[in-house]
Design a protein around this ligand. Structure first.
Ligand code: MN9
Length: 296
């Protein structure tokens, strides 16, 4: 696949767990099918924050990567998030998904320790140079504490297989500078609630957790904004953000999973230390479903 073909709307895939925190394979398959058949996404971003990836073992990560490929086949695009504090694990996973036929890998900036930029650059080059694939940097400063400057992105992009960034930040000045500086690189909007302004700044696509339930509206926002129909896109972003505000206020991942349960999808539990959804949260999610999702 050529790198430009990776553009579009990608759901950050949720993982269904059983009550004990084991992967619920059937549920994972149902979530994937829902994204492909109902949300009509262009692709899946597998193994990201939304997949609760940092809470599971290497074998579990592989299992989810394999299930996603089995369901998606070559019908939609697949990006595997393989970043980890254990670089050996990242390399192992990068090889695994490349053999499976994933279209690109992605890796979160290494977090927890205060790595220097040289160390971060070495991490990315080491991972992507171990496989014949493309890499998309996963930048999410509010969770990792890692900020990369325009110039530093340029240094990372010197490796021609580092083809883009998943930009999960509210820094529209940086986004505009990146767009101007690297017109050939792929930029994916990472905050669903800021999709419209990111699209106006000419991102190539978006990767989001809420697309698992609201993917139809996400595509509308993206396409209307690309066509310059900003007023129409704004209206859909408004409704979307009413929903996202309610979801964030009720607990992001448990609410997304319960919104899928209400549609007959066995989205399961979150993994500890995330808590089990309460009856009160379920009631609020039911209202959201009726108000925002039932009729789209
Ligand atoms: O993949 C997601 N980030 C996280 C990106 O889950 C940390 C976003 O889709 C957000 O969940 C979403 C709600 O803030 O924009």
């Amino acid at each position: 696949m050529k790198k430009q073909e990776l553009k579009g709307i990608f759901s950050a895939l949720l993982t269904s767990f059983d009550e004990k925190g084991n992967i619920n394979e059937n549920g994972v398959r149902q979530i994937i099918r829902h994204n492909i058949d109902k949300m009509k996404v262009d692709g899946l971003y597998v193994g990201g924050s939304t997949g609760e990836n940092f809470l599971i073992s290497t074998e579990e990560k592989k299992r989810i990567f394999k299930i996603a490929k089995e369901e998606a086949k070559n019908h939609i695009k697949l990006i595997a998030q393989v970043g980890s504090l254990n670089i050996n694990e990242s390399i192992e996973l990068a090889k695994y998904v490349t053999d499976l036929g994933y279209d690109a890998i992605s890796a979160v900036t290494p977090f927890y320790y205060k790595f220097s930029f040289e160390e971060i650059k070495d991490y990315y080059n080491t991972i992507i140079n171990s496989v014949d694939n493309y890499l998309i940097i996963y930048s999410i400063p509010f969770l990792t504490g890692v900020n990369i400057s325009v110039e530093q992105f340029g240094e990372l992009f010197e490796n021609e297989r580092i083809i883009g960034v998943k930009f999960t930040a509210a820094d529209f000045y940086l986004l505009e500078r990146l767009r101007k500086s690297y017109p050939e690189h792929l930029i994916f909007a990472g905050f669903d609630e800021m999709m419209l302004p990111a699209t106006v700044l000419n991102v190539d696509g978006a990767i989001g957790s809420t697309f698992n339930v609201n993917g139809i509206r996400a595509r509308q926002i993206f396409e209307l904004a690309k066509q310059g129909k900003i007023d129409e896109a704004f209206k859909i972003q408004n409704v979307t953000n009413d929903l996202i505000t309610d979801i964030l206020g009720n607990g992001l991942y448990p609410t997304l999973k319960y919104l899928l349960q209400l549609q007959g999808i066995d989205a399961g539990y979150c993994k500890k230390p995330m808590s089990v959804i309460t009856e009160g949260q379920k009631e609020k999610a039911k209202i959201m479903y009726e108000k925002y999702l039932k009729d789209i």
